[in-house]
Write a protein that binds this ligand. Structure first.
Ligand code: ADP
Length: 355
């Protein structure tokens, strides 16, 4: 909204003068042309007095008309331009102050199409910003929450370690508690940093051509201790000679997370299967387990940061594994999906382009 300053008043007067002079010039030209034609065709002669009084009347007419038009234009501007501009400015100011719920209403009337377009764009921007803000606050809340648990564990064990005349066995147990909790904290920080770098595209994939079956076997073998301890049966069906061109380190992150979950969520004596097949253009990896499975509701959220569907296993992990997996698969322009039945098990399927 324009403020009433000396400069603005001067500008309004000069605008009016320009408008007046333009209309005056145009009307005078028309009048002279009309009078000349009239005089020629009717054989009339105009005296100086006639012309002077006609000029005065024309001047007053032009002044009156320009004043009326300027007033109409002023009112039209107030309604059609200043009002929507004020609504848009007020809303954007609210958004700037952090109120992402503010929206520009749809404005009715002639000439509002442009403003409504701006309104729609601002509203979508506010919607996006509110999503980002929720993610940010959720992220901070989640990180703080996740940090509190291992810190509390470390504090407790630390206090217990200060007990005098502690048996060697207890001392070892408490010290192990501190080490485990600090390892968990360090793992979480590493995952957060990795995820952050992946999201900000600071990790540029270093692609090489390699045999996918070999990589899968190498990753699976790292879990030998776990499957032996839990007496889990391993079932593999790997098509040979399937090459992919990808960042091997990033891709191994995907397999390690999927295997780690499969072993974590499968009870003793269960089975974990790995299969690698291929179509003309894609390699398809399936990691199946006979674990606890998950509901459709849980399945819909597992790729979100810090989401943990099964809290009974929350001691191991922090809900970042599958968020990392999804990010890596997205970077590789692949696809990941999950099929799961509660109590029966889950199958994660990853599809990536072949070399
Ligand atoms: P974390 O394993 O640390 O909890 P993830 O991001 O790896 O975090 O997994 C998120 C959630 O997805 C888990 O908490 C669990 O509920 C579910 N989930 C993942 N893999 C499986 C699986 N193989 N079987 C059942 N549930 C799973």
């Amino acid at each position: 909204m324009k403020k009433l300053t000396f400069r603005n008043v001067l500008r309004t007067i000069s605008n009016f003068l320009v408008f007046f002079l333009t209309i005056g010039f145009a009307v005078s030209c028309c009048m002279m042309l009309f009078l000349n034609t009239l005089a020629d065709s009717m054989g009339l002669t105009f005296t100086a007095t006639n012309i002077a009084s006609a000029a005065k009347i024309t001047f007053i007419n032009v002044l009156l008309l320009t004043f009326i038009f300027a007033t109409i234009d002023y009112v039209r501007r107030k309604i059609n331009i200043d009002r929507p501009v004020k609504v848009i400015t007020n809303t954007t100011e609210k958004i700037m102050r952090g109120d992402f719920t503010a929206r520009i209403p749809n404005m009715h009337g002639a000439g509002m199409e442009g403003f409504n377009q701006i309104g729609t764009a601002v509203n979508s921007m506010a919607q996006e910003l509110s999503g980002i803000e929720t993610l940010r606050t959720d992220f901070v809340a989640n990180v703080s929450h996740e940090m509190k648990t291992p810190l509390a564990v470390m504090q407790n064990y630390g206090t217990l370690l200060q007990t005098p005349q502690l048996s060697e066995e207890k001392r070892m147990e408490y010290a192990k508690g501190v080490t485990d909790a600090s390892r968990r904290l360090a793992e979480m920080m590493t995952n957060i940093l990795k995820l952050n770098r992946l999201e900000n595209q600071q990790i540029f994939p270093e692609t090489t051509k390699f045999d996918l079956g070999e990589q899968l076997c190498e990753c699976l073998l790292q879990f030998e201790n776990v499957w032996e301890k839990k007496k889990i049966e391993i079932d593999t069906d790997i098509t040979e000679d399937i090459k992919v061109e990808a960042d091997a380190e990033l891709l191994s992150l995907v397999w390690n997370n999927l295997f780690s979950n499969a072993f974590k969520f499968t009870e003793n004596g269960g089975t974990v299967s790995l299969s690698l097949t291929a179509t003309d253009h894609h390699a398809i990896v399936k990691v199946t387990d006979t674990g606890c499975g998950m509901t459709r509701e849980v399945g819909a959220h597992i790729f979100e940061k810090f989401y943990q569907g099964d809290t009974s296993h929350s001691v191991q992990g922090n809900g970042l594994g599958l968020a990392l997996v999804k990010r890596v698969v997205d970077i590789m322009q692949g696809e990941i999906s999950v099929e799961s039945v509660v109590g029966k098990g889950s199958t994660f399927t990853v599809k990536i382009r072949r070399a």
